[in-house]
Design a binder for this molecule. Structure first.
Ligand code: TYM
Length: 342
């Protein structure tokens, strides 16, 4: 088992990232350590170039994100924790795969459509080719499992398509040299928290790019901020139902119940059994307290870790060295399969 996943170091780690992905990273890290495989987690700093950004902020966010991941339970001894910028093989493999990825495949990516909106001509080329870099991120390490939230599943399917075509054209397929170059990675999406929605709009995912900070809970928010954000979260005037099916047309209510369930390790039915018939006046304070109880220890560790930039640098350097060594054989085979003389 080789687990690989990434996160963009732009803005804070928020509850959607945590429940949708990072919690799974920590679980898989523990499984992999017990089973003798490897887990690699990285900051997708090269991906951050696809959107306008302020260089000094990217640097600061990179250190914040390493501290946040370690605070959540990623252990840099057991897992390989690094940033893409220190492992040039990511950018190299992206170019090598760009001959295989098709324009039509990239055009279908919903994230490209959402983020480019009506102004496609004005977007960076990096925003369009971003999923090829994401494919390189996982194929470079022969990842078997990739823990992600629902929104990244399509990018993983694209990585599989690219790997399959490359294997066919240059590897074990009829036109290739005899053996497959890339393993096809499987996404692992959490059943209980695949999509955490904005606190202000139940139809939009919780996101660090939302201009309103009230739309998300950051893992670095203090207790007062968390309680205030939950109090102000959009909800409705109905009491909570007993049957989860009755939340179907109540996006904001469903989201708050989902968050409660994921944090408490319960099903939504179990949460509703406890709160059925009660309104948000009762539910919100309970949810706020649960969030504070679960996030306070992470927050305390984060604050402690963030103080020592030199220690965070050492973690990234050591992780990058291990990642470069793991990446080297696949990168060399890819160059060779393409007939490039080195
Ligand atoms: P990013 O940085 O947007 O998010 C990191 C992880 O958090 C998940 N996530 C969510 N899950 C549930 N609800 C939400 N509201 C929510 N928001 C974010 C994402 O699904 C993701 O798992 N392109 C990726 C980073 C990346 C990557 C990779 C991931 C680059 N290369 C290779 C996996 C493998 C991204 O922008 O995620």
């Amino acid at each position: 088992m080789r687990v690989v996943s990434g996160i963009q170091p732009t803005g804070n780690l928020h509850l959607g990232n945590y429940l949708g992905a990072i919690r799974n990273w920590v679980r898989l890290q523990d499984e992999v350590t017990a089973g003798g495989g490897e887990s690699l987690f990285f900051l997708a700093d090269l991906h951050a170039l696809s959107q306008p950004h302020v260089p000094a902020e990217l640097t600061a966010s990179t250190y914040e994100m390493v501290a946040a991941l370690v605070a959540c339970g990623i252990d840099p001894e057991r897992s390989i924790l690094f940033n893409q910028a220190q492992v040039p093989a990511h950018a190299e493999l992206q170019w090598l795969l760009s001959g295989t990825a098709r324009m039509g495949w990239l055009n279908r990516m919903t994230q490209w459509k959402d983020k480019s909106g009506k102004n496609r001509e004005g977007q960076s080329a990096a925003l369009f080719t971003y999923p090829v870099l994401q494919a390189a991120d996982v194929l470079l390490y022969q990842a078997t499992h990739v823990p992600v939230g629902e929104d990244q599943k399509q990018h993983l399917e694209l990585a599989r398509d690219i790997a399959q075509k490359f294997n066919h054209d240059f590897g074990g397929g009829p036109n290739g040299g005899g053996t497959d170059i890339f393993v096809l990675p499987d996404p692992i999406v959490p059943a209980d928290a695949a999509r955490i929605m904005s606190l202000r709009d139940g139809s939009a995912k919780m996101s660090k790019s939302d201009p309103s900070d009230m739309s998300r809970i950051n893992l670095t928010d203090d207790a007062d901020t968390i309680m205030q954000k939950v109090r102000k979260a959009k909800s409705d005037a109905e009491p909570l139902p007993a049957d989860p099916a009755d939340l179907a047309n109540r996006a904001e209510a469903a989201n708050l119940v989902t968050i409660h369930a994921a944090l408490a390790g319960q099903t939504t039915a179990e949460v509703l059994a406890q709160f059925a018939g009660q309104g948000f006046g009762a539910f919100k304070p309970a949810l706020g307290e649960l969030l504070v109880a679960k996030l306070a220890p992470i927050n305390a560790r984060f604050v402690e870790l963030r103080r020592d930039t030199a220690a965070l640098d050492a973690i990234l350097r050591a992780g990058a060295e291990r990642a470069r060594a793991l990446a080297a054989p696949t990168l060399a085979r890819t160059y060779a399969a393409l007939g490039l003389v080195r």
